[in-house]
Design a protein around this ligand. Structure first.
Ligand code: TRP
Length: 424
């Protein structure tokens, strides 16, 4: 079995807050360091367009989120970190999936249904203010996941249905066109607490109760001072149960530190003092990250470069895979010979590579079509292994073609390679 592929997307519609840090960024960065996993993290900026129609906010959020993940220790050398809109194969796959996805499946998506229910309640047209983008959201998300054949997708509970829908689309595509997609599974982090916000409800942008991850020290202090507490006076014992302050502290502190604060609560610590302890504890963890973050924000070009490099890595997988998928559904070079009958049974009808040695002592290969006609002739290599590696690269994608002698008919070469890759 190959490495487990783990993939997740972050919608670029806001500024990361402490809840995102504790619930997503910190565990994801830790998980990306585990051996035997191949991680893909991307900025879901096409998804952001569904929610946000302010261009500058999309841009700013993309910068802030990318800088946050890097500042928090995501290593772009180790993982594939990219921007969704830099990978045109994703919207392309979205369409292929759209064509195997039942409309009824999308009708049942929670977010769409909630919008329709709200309209129905208000006696408005059921689809009032519902864009086709909102309706199609699960298909785009399925394409994100299936494009890279991810096995596991770490998400919040609210996203489980989307992963199930991605599985459905993968299965119906596979059924029609052969086994192309891995069926992904949602990965829910049971151990990671959801962080309460300033008002004690779950920290969330929609409740307007967040603490920005990279608030300045002064802002952080002020926001923490605003966390809701009860009115018990200094000296009175405090409840840890249901205390937002205590829960937030717990998400940052060691078990020993947590025990000490529990004791202090029992001993009647003043709220102001408890808030001071919480502030110092968070700042202790966040300050070094904040420094990196601020430095990155001063250099958007560094983030841009890094995302472009990530897109090259992502597309090294996506481009050849999309070629195979196009071929699978019948979007083909008209000169490729495989009619549906031959394609299934007749391997002999495929083009092939021939390796041989010349009298000059060097190793060569050629690509010939099903009838044995020469399509591509290599130069000489010092070893059969060298020649074999070039063949292997050609079976993946066209990139190495540029390093080979020009072919008499480059289109025929590309069509033949496409056919071979599809048959793999
Ligand atoms: N829908 C996800 C969210 O709102 C973001 C997302 C987009 C995503 N594409 C994805 C998550 C692919 C996981 C995999 O949180």
């Amino acid at each position: 079995m190959g490495p487990q592929r783990v993939l997740t997307g972050i919608t670029t519609s806001g500024t990361p807050h402490l809840g995102n840090y504790v619930g997503a960024i910190r565990p994801a960065v830790a998980a990306s360091l585990a051996p035997g996993v191949e991680s893909f993290y991307f900025l879901a900026d096409y998804h952001a367009l569904i929610k946000v129609d302010e261009p500058t906010r999309i841009q700013q959020s993309t910068l802030e989120i990318a800088a946050s993940w890097i500042a928090c220790g995501l290593d772009p050398q180790r993982v594939t970190f990219y921007r969704q809109s830099d990978v045109p194969e994703i919207p392309e796959l979205t369409w292929l999936l759209t064509c195997v996805c039942g409309k009824g499946l999308l009708n049942r998506a929670h977010a769409y249904k909630a919008a329709v229910d709200k309209n129905t309640l208000a006696q408005a047209d059921p689809d009032h203010d519902v864009t086709a983008g909102l309706f199609m959201y699960p298909v785009l998300m399925a394409a994100d996941i299936l494009m890279f054949n991810a096995h596991r997708v770490p998400v919040g509970r609210d996203q489980i249905q989307h992963i199930e829908m991605a599985r459905d689309m993968a299965a119906s595509f596979n059924h029609r066109y052969g086994e192309h997609f891995v069926l992904p599974e949602a990965q829910i982090e049971e151990t990671v607490a959801t962080l309460p916000g300033l008002d004690g409800r779950k920290m969330s942008k929609s409740y307007d109760n967040t603490i920005p991850l990279f608030a300045t020290r002064e802002q952080l202090k002020k926001l923490i001072a605003g966390i809701k507490t009860d009115s018990r006076a200094p000296g009175e014992a405090k409840d840890t149960e249901g205390s937002a302050l205590f829960q937030i502290y717990q998400a940052f502190a060691t078990p020993e530190e947590t025990m000490l604060l529990r004791q202090a609560f029992a001993d009647g610590i003043a709220w102001a003092e408890a808030k001071q302890i919480l502030f110092e504890r968070i700042d202790h963890e966040v300050a070094p990250l904040r420094e990196r973050y601020e430095a990155l924000l001063r250099h958007p070009e560094q983030i841009e470069d890094l995302l472009r490099a990530g897109a090259i890595k992502a597309r090294a997988l996506a481009t050849p895979f999309a070629t195979r998928l196009r071929h699978a559904v019948g979007l083909r070079d008209l000169r490729s010979q495989d009619s549906s009958k031959k394609e299934k049974v007749n391997k002999a009808a495929l083009p092939s590579f021939k390796q041989y040695r010349e009298t000059d002592g060097l190793f060569y290969f050629k690509l010939v079509d099903a009838q044995g006609k020469l399509l591509l002739q290599s130069t000489g290599y010092a070893s059969p292994k060298d020649a074999g590696q070039v063949i292997k690269a050609l079976q993946q994608d066209d990139a190495i073609l540029a390093a080979l002698p020009p072919a008499p008919d480059p289109h025929a070469v590309q069509a033949a390679l496409q056919q071979l890759r599809a048959a793999q």
